[in-house]
Design a protein around this ligand. Structure first.
Ligand code: DP6
Length: 360
């Protein structure tokens, strides 16, 4: 049931006049990075991520049935209780992309209330959690209209819709570890939605992620722009090949629990991602001096203590530190004592691997 056609809603809806859906979705941190895509939101290489737990978006959607189906979407959006017309274009293009799969939505107006558990200006990529939560609310309505839908189909379609909002959002629906993008190593994998990576070593379902907030500002170059710069990039095909290789290696590591290899691979991925930015046309740098100070300190710490802490980066200056739960106290005091001075206003967030979307 994984072709495009299977995601088109075809049943006769059991109409409801009003419905309120309330869901939260977490952010995720990619271990093998998605960087480069083609229309419509099809990744150039498979990626894998840890689903996070505490860094989440909470979204409530009030659906109100309209007397006639609408020509264009009728919706409003607020963030932290304040109307946000500036968020409308992103939501509008998401709704346009999913329209054919959720035709019932044209019969409703939507009032969307949303908020994040992490500080708004933390520079943490919030599109994955935002689109994940919105897709979960829409699928909640769909289940009311079509109560016989199976839970596994609902999960898959939620990820499918979320992907059309933001690629990485496809990986925020389930947890603790999700792959998105077709790869022979994961037979159920697809370019259309994320799938849970099964039978992973227990050490990884309790992994910690501390997000070191080096720069809380708006990113200089958005992810969407960055993805586009992979078109015609001189190293693009080598990068996609490398990521595909890393995906295969990482799946083995996630199953056998080899943390040393995990650390090496995850750091190589982070630096390869940023190497693509450094060599784009035009070139750009999202790391900051404190990003490099942290990387250097992590390498020194690992050499000195033998403790397996890995850094990874998303498309920004912030650093995610990944480490097993059994060294949590030690690593968290290292962060407090040696790394917090590299963070803007000393800010960091201790998170851990989580399970995905939740109905509120
Ligand atoms: C570096 O999912 O934010 O975090 O599909 O354009 O919304 P769009 O991009 P987005 O890209 C995420 C890029 C990344 C790597 C990753 O999460 O895999």
């Amino acid at each position: 049931m994984s072709d495009l056609n299977s995601f088109i809603f075809k049943n006769s809806p059991k109409w409801l006049d009003n419905y309120t859906a309330h869901w939260s979705a977490p952010s995720n941190i990619a271990l093998v990075k998605y960087w480069g895509k083609q229309d419509p939101q099809i990744p150039k290489n498979p990626s894998v991520s840890f689903t996070l737990d505490k860094c989440r978006t909470h979204t409530k959607v009030y659906f109100q049935k309209q007397p006639h189906p609408q020509e264009s979407f009728l919706f409003e959006i607020s963030f932290d209780g304040i109307p946000k017309p500036e968020f409308k274009p992103k939501v509008q293009s998401f709704l346009n992309r999913i329209k054919d799969y959720v035709p019932y939505l044209m019969h409703y107006s939507l009032y969307i209330e949303t908020s994040n558990t992490f500080p708004h200006s933390s520079g943490i990529a919030s599109s994955a959690s935002a689109m994940g939560a919105l897709a979960a609310c829409i699928m909640d309505l769909e289940v009311q209209l079509d109560p016989l839908q199976t839970p596994s189909y609902t999960t898959q379609k939620t990820s499918f819709l979320a992907r059309l909002g933001s690629g990485s959002a496809a990986r925020s629906i389930q947890g603790p570890i999700v792959g998105w993008g077709q790869h022979a190593k994961t037979p159920s994998s697809s370019d259309l939605f994320g799938v849970k990576i099964e039978n992973t070593h227990p050490v990884f379902s309790r992994f910690c992620d501390s997000v070191l907030l080096v720069d809380k500002g708006q990113k200089a170059v958005s992810s969407t722009l960055g993805h586009n710069l992979m078109q015609g990039h001189p190293f693009a095909s080598t990068r996609f090949e490398q990521a595909r290789g890393h995906y295969g290696q990482l799946i083995d590591i996630l199953k056998n629990g080899d943390i040393e290899s995990f650390v090496q691979l995850v750091e190589k991925e982070a630096l390869s991602l940023h190497a693509m930015m450094l060599t784009s046309e035009p070139q750009y740098v999202l790391m900051q001096p404190n990003t490099l100070h942290i990387i250097q300190s992590v390498w020194e710490y690992r050499k000195k203590t033998g403790r397996q802490v890995a850094f990874t980066l998303d498309a920004g200056a912030n650093v995610h530190l990944l480490y097993p739960n059994d060294i949590k106290e030690l690593v968290q005091s290292f962060i407090e004592n040696d790394l917090s001075s590299f963070c803007q206003n000393g800010a960091y967030i201790h998170d851990q691997v989580g399970t995905g979307i939740k109905k509120m």
